[in-house]
Each structure stands twice: as C-alpha cells, then as structure tokens.
Design a protein. Structure first.
Length: 142
C-alpha cells in the first residue's frame, strides 16, 4: 500500500514536471522558432495566395470558387500573422498597410461569395495591390 502510494506520488510528480517542461518549451517555441519571418509569410503564404486571386479568370466551377475562397481566407490569416510579428508590426504605418490588405481580402471574399468575377477582379486590382506596394516601399530593404 505504502509502496504503491509512493510510486503514485513519484509518477504524479514526474507528470507535473513534464507538464511544466512542455509549457516552458512551447512558450519559448512560440516566441522564437515558432514565429515565421516576414520573408516566409510573404513567400510561402501571401505570394502564392494572391497569385491565385490575381490569376482568377473565367471561373467556372464551384471547386474553382472554393479555391479562391481559401486563398482569400489565407491572405487574411497571413495578415493576422503580420499583425503579431515582432519588429515592424508595432509601427502604425505597418498596421495601416496590413489592415488595408486584410480589408481587400475581405472584399475579395465577399465577391467570391457572390461568385461575382468582376467584383473580384476589382478588389484584386484596386484594393489588394496598393498595400503590397505601399508597405514594400516603406519596409522592404533594397
Ligand atoms: C505590412 C507590410 C507588408 C504588406 C502589406 C505586404 N508585404 Fe510583402 N513584404 C514585406 C516586407 C517587409 C518584405 C521583406 C521581407 C524580408 O526580406 O525580410 C516583403 C517581401 C515580400 C516578397 C519577397 C520579395 C523578395 O524579393 O524577396 C514578396 C513576394 C511579397 N512581399 C509579396 C507581397 C504581396 C503580393 C503583398 C500584397 C498582397 C504583400 N507582399 C504585402 C511587407 C509587406
């Protein structure tokens, strides 16, 4: 009985220690290695997703619309990542460009919901493109 209890306590203690370690590791992970760089977010998420949106033409099937919907949603997700990224994200202009990009993706999403190709084209050209240019001019090192 005593033996069993001792073992139980030891296991429990080990469990608590492990849990603590996992917490420690995961919190430092999310602050360092887990955080994507702006370069990664741009090249792996924003560039391919916006090229899907800008490349949309003569959309026929629901599958194509769904792909566009996913692309617009993913741009919004990338915007959320840029919002919390360390460094320039604290800057007011950065926030502004980022919010413009997110708003543009939301307009695109609306157009996609209505399967309105012209509205999608307009959102892409008039709204989605300018914040890329603006933010790059200000924050991309030459
Ligand atoms: C809030 C600021 C911001 C917005 C908005 C933004 N970018 Fe960027 N982008 C950057 C920064 C900063 C870099 C440079 C990152 C680095 O090199 O570390 C970059 C780099 C890139 C790159 C890599 C370019 C290269 O030559 O290395 C691509 C591609 C890119 N952005 C595409 C886009 C597109 C497309 C949009 C608009 C839909 C966009 N970005 C919107 C800040 C932004």
């Amino acid at each position: 009985m005593f033996q069993l209890r001792k073992k139980f306590t030891a296991n429990r203690l080990r469990g608590v220690l492990m849990f603590g370690t996992v917490l420690l590791i995961s919190s430092s992970y999310s602050q360092n290695e887990g955080q994507l760089t702006v370069d990664q977010i741009m090249k792996a998420i924003i560039a391919p997703m916006t090229s899907t949106i800008w490349g949309a033409y003569d959309i026929q099937t629901d599958v194509q619309w769904k792909e566009l919907e996913n692309a617009a949603i993913t741009v919004i997700a990338a915007g959320n990542l840029l919002d919390t990224n360390e460094g320039d994200a604290a800057n007011a202009d950065w926030q502004e460009y980022n919010q413009q990009m997110i708003a543009a993706a939301r307009s695109a999403l609306k157009a996609i919901g209505k399967q309105d190709e012209e509205a999608l084209f307009n959102a892409g050209n008039d709204q989605l493109y300018p914040p890329c240019e603006g933010c790059h001019q200000k924050y991309m090192s030459q």
